[in-house]
Design a protein around this ligand. Sequence first.
Ligand SMILES: [Fe+2]
Ligand SMILES: [Fe+2]
Length: 253
Amino acid sequence: MAIPQAATMSERADALEEEMMRTLPDVPAKSVLYTSGEQDPRTTQMRPPAEEGQHFLMKEDPRLPQMPKKPTLLDFFNYRLSPSRNHLLQSATHALKAGCSEKVILACLLHDLAVVGFIRCDHGYWAAQMIAPYVDEEVAWAIRAHQALRFYPDEEAGYAYPELYIKLFGEDYKPEPYIERDYKVARAHKWYGTARLITVNDIYSFDPNAVVSLDDFVDIVGRNFRQPEEGLGYDDTPASHMWRTMIAPTRFL
Ligand SMILES: [Fe+2]
Ligand SMILES: [Fe+2]
């Protein structure tokens, strides 16, 4: 199908989607969350397959890199995370160089897992749930807490309110009441220091020329992340379905 050159971006996107709907043997599905906001969720309709013999996709999306049958955490890094995974490697490298414990290094490596591979909103809460069955309780707790702690400085610990947040959210931004509540809880918690260290190492202006590599963390992950034998997603924990959703995000059901 020819797409007219003069079409607007959204017309071109619609035309491409139309083309895809017609040519892929199985039609990938979009969750309401994918488009909510761009579209009013009350009007989001899943169009039926366009051609005779076409069905909805009920497996991995063929447009995505194929994952191994028994995926490991590192496979998710390699096949399902956005380029911002570099931010995770940079934070973990910073923690490694600062001589932090393996728990803290792992927490830094995974703290924004949800942002770079799953769901951005409430990312600390999501990431904590995703990894909780596989890591020390303190690591998951700290990742959950980092979301709130990022908004509150602790000069003594070497953490100032991020300049970047002023740019991103404006001078007057005030965290939501639940964030403030969770900050207060975290501040009084025995693992506050661990969560605070995530924020101290959570940096965006780290040397841009620094070479960071997942290889530096393979052993730490091996010692501190309980990789399920069946593969992450195909095991049976309260988080398995989240990993499966990352494997096959456009599966119809
Ligand atoms: Fe974060
Ligand atoms: Fe971060």
